[in-house]
Design a protein around this ligand. Structure first.
Ligand code: GLN
Length: 486
């Protein structure tokens, strides 16, 4: 039995039937990790002994108390992006400045996973402080795309996406500030979901840009993503942007037909800049949805062209403020033998941060500085409102939006040299973050080199249930379940 190719739901069925035990699941995944991790390099930290010990304890619990009520993740291996605080693994954000940081507390999502009896396997690689789109900005290692190990896995949650695609975990969590769950999920051919801003607590997520950051699941199937989201969503008094409403049952309507629903396709997303292979796959996906009885109509999001600039102004401004805490005193790396306090700060930060993080801090400090605040930061906030209004208008007549996730498929490691060019690759994922909306990506097909092409569904605020329902139907209609050969 190749457990590494199964979905969470399939493994749960075997657990319930007692045809498999929790330690057997964990051991199977560690065998897969041993086999592929030297090439994929998805994990920053793993702890086999600790995990196997927990697996045995969970098995005992299962035998004593029986299988718990749903939703449960009992014995299901989950990997976590290394910007989610955990007490039992270091939390490094793939940066030198937090290289030796051990959090004294668990993030809320981690607490929730533990309460649901998940087996936390390890922490995954990422772009330093989640800044990037290829995981090449990690100070630890470069992760490879399991579909072609010369290509990037996307980023910044590249380790989580690659680990799921390579069968090194059954599910993972990532964070999405401007596309960091959906873009790597698209490059690695897995399902990735960014929930509505506020649905999942950010407590214990190392902040990059607080008005955008959201934690979400990466999994092999839409059903698994729905289950993971169910287990991590909900109000948390420790996050003051947390949504206080009820979390719906995402499983209840998941498999309802979508016949008669309306999907909007933003014309601006299909303009120039979209790789022809991606466009071809996207068009075939539209056709599939139409065959399911969904009405696909062209809509307009007129301020799309300003999204990337707006995001890189506001997110860097927030990052420059959030990252001020890494000063060599409060947390992490401290430079040796400074002359005075000023030098302690400057040298610790200069030596501790990588180039991309420094670029963002400088940009953010600039757009917030007096004389430029009105021209850049304030203006960007106004454009953000216009972008939000574009979506509100579309959702007056459409149930969801369908769009490509990225303009291209995965590119070569080391190939993208210009940071600006990399920023432009975020064009289709950023708008949902600016508007706080939920988005889910799934595999839509393949390009001519056999690399996965992702498609994205964007929904109105807190309409996750309906979005998952669309995604499930599309996934069934497309029926793509090939695995990368590693
Ligand atoms: N690629 C985007 C950036 O570099 C998004 C990152 C993210 O979502 N964390 O900012």
């Amino acid at each position: 039995m190749n457990i590494e190719t199964l979905s969470i739901k399939e493994v749960q069925k075997k657990l319930k039937e007692k045809s498999i035990s929790v330690p057997e699941i964990a051991e199977a995944l560690f065998r897969q990790i041993d086999r592929v991790e030297p090439t994929v390099r998805a994990y920053i930290s793993l702890n086999r002994d600790m995990v196997l010990k927990k697996a045995h304890a969970l098995q005992e619990e299962l035998e004593k108390d029986g299988y718990p009520e749903t939703p449960s993740l009992l014995g299901i291996p989950i990997a976590l992006k290394d910007n989610l605080c955990t007490t039992d693994f270091p939390t490094t954000c793939a940066g030198k400045i937090l290289e030796k940081y051990h959090s004294p507390f668990d993030a809320t999502v981690v607490e929730k996973l533990r309460a649901n009896k998940a087996l936390i396997l390890g922490k995954t690689n990422m772009d330093e402080f989640a800044m990037g789109s290829s995981t090449e900005n990690s100070s630890v290692q470069k992760t490879a795309n399991p579909w072609d190990v010369k290509k990037v896995p996307g980023g910044s949650s590249g380790g989580s996406a690659a680990a799921v695609a390579a069968g090194e975990t059954l599910g993972a969590l990532g964070s999405d500030t401007g596309g960091s769950i959906r873009q790597p999920a698209s490059f690695c051919g897995v399902v990735g979901m960014k929930p509505t801003y506020g649905l999942v607590s950010r407590y214990g997520l190392v902040a990059f840009a607080s008005s955008f950051d959201q934690i979400g699941p990466l999994a092999k199937t839409v059903e698994d993503a729905a289950l993971l989201l169910q287990c991590i969503a909900g109000y948390d008094e420790r996050d003051n942007t947390s949504f206080a409403g009820e979390v719906p049952d995402f499983d209840a309507g998941l498999k309802q037909p979508v016949k008669g629903k309306v999907v909007g396709i933003p014309g601006e997303y299909l303009d120039k800049g979209l790789n022809p292979e991606v466009k071809k796959v996207f068009e075939s996906v539209v056709h599939k949805l139409e065959q399911e009885g969904v009405e696909c109509r062209e809509v307009s999001l007129p301020h799309t062209a300003y999204a990337v600039a707006t995001y890189y102004i506001i997110s860097t401004a927030e990052a420059s403020s959030n990252l001020a805490r890494f000063d060599g005193v409060h947390y992490g790396y401290r430079s040796e033998n400074p002359e005075d306090t000023m030098e302690l700060f400057t040298r610790s930060r200069s030596e501790g941060f990588g180039d991309e993080v420094k670029r963002r801090i400088m940009l953010g400090t600039y757009v917030l500085s007096s004389g430029y605040y009105d021209d850049y930061y304030l203006k960007a906030l106004k454009v953000r409102t216009l972008i939000k209004q574009d979506f509100e208008k579309v959702f007056e007549t459409c149930d969801a939006i369908l769009a490509p996730t990225c303009p291209t498929t995965a590119y070569g490691i080391g190939e993208m040299e210009d940071p600006l060019e990399m920023y432009l690759g975020d064009i289709f994922t950023i708008p949902a973050n600016l508007a706080g909306l939920p988005g889910i990506t799934l595999r839509g097909g393949y390009d001519d080199k056999g690399l996965p092409v992702g498609v994205q569904l964007i929904g109105d605020s807190f309409k996750e249930a309906s979005l998952l329902n669309f995604a499930w139907n599309l996934e069934q209609a497309l029926n793509l379940r090939e695995y990368p050969q590693l």
